[in-house]
Design a protein around this ligand. Structure first.
Ligand code: FAD
Length: 412
């Protein structure tokens, strides 16, 4: 059995960020990763993906984008290199190809069983991301097994999808981008639209995320929103880093057929809710609120230097189809872009709530020494973004150091 003060599970941006903070404090720790550094960006992203956040928006503790194109958007392999370079910059103690199989209480610490041996740690930071389990709506189980089904995490590109039409379920960042790519590859595409976040890529002459950062929208804390649960379930932004809009009006203009929320499937026959105009109207209203927050910020700041407001024209559409027969429509593949859920089948300490999620406050759980990092809206709206994890990582690392000081003081 190896002993270590702190064991971090996962070497994505969250695990590396907390490792950087612990390194700065001289704290004994390891990072165990079941694949390689930034594994999700290697094996759970489609080939054409570009980040939807601009390059400058990749600030991690003691690390930022050094390249010539701060306003560009990295590919997934570029982000892998960026995170590998980050790990190399402080010789992060990463143990790759090491899967955590069990975490349980042991004496005053935590026993961590991996497929490469067992560790005894005073602290464990769970940084395993939010993509451990794809969420599929109940209708998924009713679909004819002859239809190929894929999750967005397994989608790689149009050539992987058998010939014929595709139904993409979900119209947030992944679903909208995948629908756009397949349509441009000449496929008939239907997209089933649920709650989504419509945004213009640019507003008043700047990237919309620049404004959201400046106006404090991304840094808003969970204590500042009135419904924390709903804020944590907010859909991802309907944006792309590939230089073309993936909003529903753009998709529809490109020939993608829009449908409401998928509610049931009976073999090849699918039913959709009659909610498309209302869903689109809701997204339009949320976008308008966001743009007026930005306008308010600008007005307070004096407004100098900003281009005039150029909000996108409202998009209206008639109700989508109530029914779709996949065979008749020539659809042979369904792609689920309906989101993910964190899952912790290996965590045997009493920190999971009734939804199977880790209960925490700012990453600190009720089990002494057990922390979590990188969750959606963990503390700030951008907690699960590359650019947002830094402040949570600093907070968790500071808590680990405080525990160490308290233990030393008690034993002195
Ligand atoms: C399609 C997509 C596009 C995105 N685009 C952007 C973007 O443009 N900009 C942005 O800021 N954010 C983006 N995000 C959000 C976020 O940045 C990513 O989800 C990111 O991967 C989260 O980093 P993380 O370190 O929290 O988790 P992950 O990257 O998921 O890292 C967790 C690591 O834990 C490892 N692991 C899991 N279980 C175990 C175990 N039992 N034992 C050992 N290791 C384990 C995994 O292999 C993985 O490497 C995107 C997300 C998705 C899904």
């Amino acid at each position: 059995m190896h002993a270590v003060e702190t064991l971090v599970v996962g070497a994505g941006q969250a695990g590396l960020a907390v490792s950087r903070c612990l390194t700065a404090q001289g704290a004994d720790h390891v990072v165990v990763e079941r694949g390689r550094i930034a594994e999700r960006w290697r094996s759970a992203r489609w080939e054409s993906l570009r980040l939807l956040t601009p390059n400058w928006m990749s600030r991690l503790p003691a690390w930022s984008y050094p390249g010539p194109d701060p306003d560009g958007y990295m590919t997934a392999p570029e982000l892998v290199s960026y995170l590998e370079d980050y790990a190399g910059s402080f010789t992060a103690p990463v143990h790759e190809n090491t899967t955590v199989e069990l975490v349980e209480a042991s004496g005053s610490g935590l026993r961590v069983v991996t497929d490469q041996g067992t560790w005894l740690a005073r602290n464990v930071v769970v940084a395993t991301g939010t993509e451990n389990r794809a969420y599929l709506p109940p209708a998924a189980s009713g679909i004819d097994p002859a239809i190929q089904q894929l999750t967005a995490g397994r989608y790689r590109g149009p050539e992987q999808v058998p010939g014929g039409g595709v139904l993409v379920v979900g119209a947030s960042a992944s679903g909208a981008q995948i629908a756009d790519e397949l349509r441009r590859a000449g496929r008939p595409v239907v997209i089933s639209v649920g709650r989504h976040a419509r945004l213009p890529r640019r507003y008043r002459g700047r990237d919309i995320l620049w404004w959201m950062d400046r106006a404090g929208v991304l840094g808003q804390t969970i204590e500042q929103v009135h419904d924390a649960r709903s804020a944590r379930r907010a859909p991802s932004l309907q944006l792309s880093g590939r230089g073309r809009p993936v909003s529903l009006d753009a998709l529809a203009a490109g020939g993608v057929r829009l449908a409401g929320r998928l509610v049931a499937a009976d073999g090849q026959r699918l039913s959709f809710a009659d909610d498309l105009p209302a869903t689109i109207g809701g997204a339009q209203a949320r976008m308008e609120r966001l743009l007026s927050t930005i306008d308010g910020y600008l007005a307070r700041r004096g407004g100098e230097g900003a281009d005039p407001a150029d909000p996108p024209a409202p998009f209206t559409t008639p109700a989508g189809p109530a029914k779709l027969d996949l065979r008749r429509a020539g659809i042979s593949t369904v792609i689920w872009a309906t989101g993910y859920q964190p899952a912790y089948p290996w965590l045997r300490v009493p920190v999971l709530d009734r939804h199977g999620q880790i209960a925490h406050h700012r990453g600190v759980t009720s089990v002494p020494g057990l922390y979590v990092l990188g969750l959606k809206f963990q503390y700030r709206r951008n907690s699960s973004f590359v650019d947002g994890v830094a402040s949570d990582a600093r907070f968790v690392a500071a808590h680990v150091m405080m525990r160490r000081m308290t233990a030393r003081a008690l034993s002195a």
